[in-house]
Structure formats: structure tokens, C-alpha cells
Design a protein around this ligand. Structure first.
Ligand code: HEC
Length: 125
């Protein structure tokens, strides 16, 4: 419950220090495997061609432009995969997010995506 309140508060306050998300190619590559095995069946192999909500593309980026990656991670790691909510490791959720960033045109770099930094990132380019 506290976590839900925290997530809501974070959403209301919005990103204080929005920065371009950092992640490594290795994280995205590992995330691609997680995505294929755990997410693609519902969200589609291209992230926006399944029955479930789109996780890539213009509409997705617009929908998520007001939220931090922490909000996204909260939903992802507590409610997904829909058939096994919260069932993956934290690193698997994080790597899947790195892959989703890559597929939305964000560039990898030398700094890894870390849970503690998610509040300062958004999907805004
Ligand atoms: C069994 C089907 C299924 C699987 C597998 C699945 N999802 Fe979902 N996902 C859904 C459905 C359906 C929704 C919409 C749920 C809702 O709105 O209550 C959703 C919603 C989401 C959302 C919220 C999107 C938005 O814009 O509202 C995210 C993020 C997400 N899924 C990520 C993932 C990730 C990452 C994985 C793999 C680790 C995954 N999902 C696996 C069916 C699935």
C-alpha cells in the first residue's frame, strides 16, 4: 500500500530532474531475451503489435510522457507478466525496460540503467 501511495505521489509531483535514460547495450540485449520469453506473446514481437497496450512508438511515448520510468517500472514489476505478476527478478524487469528504451530509439551508453535512478528519467526525448 505504501508503495502504491509513493508511486502515485511520484506521478503527481512529476519528474523533478528529467534526464535522458542511461542503459548499456548488454542490458538491452539481455532484456530482449526476457521480452521475447515473457512479454512478446501479449505485447507483440515489435512491442506494438500484440493485443496488450503498446510498449513502443509515438502513441506509447505520448501516453508515458508525463510519467517517470519509476512509474513504468512499478507497473511492470508489480503487475506483469499478467499471468505471473511480480514473478521475474528485479534485474530481468530492469533489462526488459532497457530493451523497451532501445526499441523506442534511446541510445545505449556506458552507464547502466539502475533502479535508484529511475525517478529522474522519463520517456521524453
Ligand atoms: C498474458 C499477457 C501479458 C503478458 C505476458 C505481459 N503483459 Fe503487459 N499487459 C498486458 C495487458 C492485458 C495489459 C493492460 C492491463 C491493464 O490495462 O490493466 C498490460 C499492460 C502493461 C503495461 C502498462 C502499459 C500501459 O501503457 O498502460 C506495461 C508497462 C506492461 N504491460 C509491460 C509488460 C512487460 C515488460 C511484460 C514482460 C515482462 C509484460 N507486460 C507481459 C498483458 C500482458
Amino acid at each position: 500500500m505504501n508503495k502504491i501511495l509513493l508511486a502515485l505521489t511520484a506521478g503527481l509531483l512529476g519528474p523533478a530532474l528529467a534526464a535522458t535514460p542511461a542503459y548499456t547495450k548488454a542490458q538491452a540485449d539481455a532484456g530482449a531475451k526476457v521480452y521475447k520469453a515473457q512479454c512478446a506473446a501479449c505485447h507483440g514481437a515489435k512491442l506494438n503489435n500484440g493485443g496488450a497496450p503498446k510498449l513502443a512508438g509515438t502513441d506509447f511515448l505520448k501516453k508515458w510522457s508525463q510519467n517517470t520510468l519509476d512509474d513504468f517500472f512499478f507497473i511492470e514489476s508489480h503487475t506483469m507478466p499478467q499471468t505471473n505478476p511480480g514473478g521475474l527478478k528485479e534485474s530481468e524487469y530492469l533489462n526488459a525496460l532497457a530493451y523497451i528504451l532501445q526499441e523506442n530509439g534511446f541510445k545505449p551508453g556506458k552507464d547502466a540503467l539502475a533502479v535508484k535512478n529511475l525517478k529522474s528519467y522519463t520517456f521524453k526525448k
